[in-house]
Design a protein around this ligand. Structure first.
Ligand code: GUN
Length: 289
C-alpha cells in the first residue's frame, strides 16, 4: 500500500483562514492591525523567496507586513540599531530576522537583541527556556507546524517513539522539546549517531531535518511510521531539471510508511502559517487582549 501524503498546504490554508477571522476581531478590538516586521540581510536567493512568501501570506491574513532589506555588507551595529528601533516601535508586534546572516554578523547576538515579547521565531534564549519548561509564548515555527500535523494525525502521542534527525536550534532541538511535551518518547539523532537505520526501525514518528537531499531511505523506516520531512534541498535531476526534494527519499519511503509529508507542499506552508499564529499571539499579549 502506498502511504498517505499529508497535505500541509491545505492544512496551512485552513490555519490562515482561521487567522483571518481572528485578526479581523483583533483589529476591531484594538484599532490596529497586528504587524510583523521581517529583516532580510543580503541577497540569498532562498531567503528572498521565503521572505516574499511570508509577506504575501501575512497580507492575505490581514496582518500589516513590514519588510526591511539591508545590504549584505551592513555592520552588525547597524542591524542591532534597526532591531532596537523595532523593539521600541509600538506599531510593531513581531520581529523576524531571516537566517542565515552574513558571516561577519554574530547571529546569536542579533537573536538575543530581539525583545522576547516580539520574538515570533521563538529563538531568544528566554523563549527557548520557556519552551523547555513547558510554558512557551512563541514556539519555533517549523516545529510548531510539525506538532500541529502530529496532533491532527494521532491526537495523543503517549507511547509513541519519535526520532528527530538533526539537532539545529531552528528545528531539531525545539522539535524534541515539543514532542516531549506531547508525551512522545524522544531521541535526537545527528551526524555522529552510530546506527541511524537501527534507530529509525523503532520510530513511530520521524522528523527529518538534516539538510541532505534524499538522505533517509524508505528501507530504514518502520511500516506504520509517520514521517515529517522538513528538508528543502535543490537538486538537478538526470534530465538536467532543478527541483526541490526533502531529506527523505520520498519514492521509497512512500511505499513503506503510513503517512509522509511531501516536499514541496508539506511542512513549508505550515511554517509560514505558524509564524502568523505566533505574530497574532505576540500582538494580543502586547495589546493586553
Ligand atoms: N531560515 C530558515 N528557517 C528560518 C526560520 O524559521 N526563521 C528565520 N528567522 N530564519 C530562517
Amino acid at each position: 500500500m502506498t502511504a498517505k501524503s499529508i497535505d500541509g498546504k491545505a492544512f496551512a490554508q485552513k490555519i490562515v483562514e482561521a487567522l483571518r477571522v481572528e485578526v479581523a476581531k483583533f483589529h476591531a478590538q484594538s484599532g490596529v492591525k497586528p504587524a510583523l516586521a521581517v529583516i532580510l540581510v543580503g541577497e540569498d536567493a532562498a531567503s528572498q523567496v521565503y521572505v516574499r512568501n511570508k509577506g504575501k501570506k501575512a497580507v492575505e491574513a490581514g496582518f500589516e507586513s513590514l519588510e526591511f532589506r539591508l545590504d549584505a555588507a551592513v555592520s552588525e551595529q547597524a542591524l542591532l540599531d534597526k532591531i532596537s528601533a523595532l523593539n521600541n516601535d509600538e506599531a510593531v508586534h513581531g520581529i523576524l530576522v531571516q537566517l542565515p546572516l552574513p558571516e561577519h554578523i554574530d547571529s546569536d547576538k542579533v537573536l538575543n537583541h530581539i525583545a522576547p515579547e516580539k520574538d515570533v521565531d521563538g529563538f531568544h534564549p528566554v523563549n527557548i527556556g520557556r519552551l523547555w519548561s513547558g510554558n512557551p509564548v512563541s514556539i519555533p515555527c517549523t516545529p510548531l507546524g510539525c506538532s500541529l500535523i502530529l496532533k491532527d494525525y494521532f491526537g495523543d502521542l503517549s507511547g509513541k517513539q519519535a526520532v528527530v534527525v538533526g539537532r539545529s536550534n531552528i528545528v531539531g532541538k525545539p522539535m524534541a522539546a515539543l514532542l516531549l511535551q506531547m508525551n512522545a518518547t524522544v531521541c535526537i539523532a545527528h551526524s555522529k549517531t552510530a546506527d541511524l537505520p537501527a534507530l529509525l526501525a523503532q520510530a513511530d514518528i520521524v522528523v527529518a531535518a538534516v539538510g541532505q537531499a534524499n538522505f533517509i531511505r524508505g528501507e530504514w523506516l518502520k511500516a506504520d511510521a509517520v514521517v515529517l520531512d522538513v528538508g528543502i534541498n535543490r537538486i538537478t535531476d538526470e534530465d538536467g531539471q532543478t527541483k526541490l526534494v526533502g531529506d527523505v527519499d520520498f519514492i521509497s519511503a512512500r511505499e513503506k510508511v503510513a503517512a509522509i509529508t511531501p516536499v514541496p507542499g508539506g511542512i513549508g506552508p505550515m511554517t509560514i502559517a505558524c509564524l502568523l499564529k505566533n505574530t497574532l499571539a505576540c500582538a494580543r499579549k502586547i495589546q493586553g487582549l
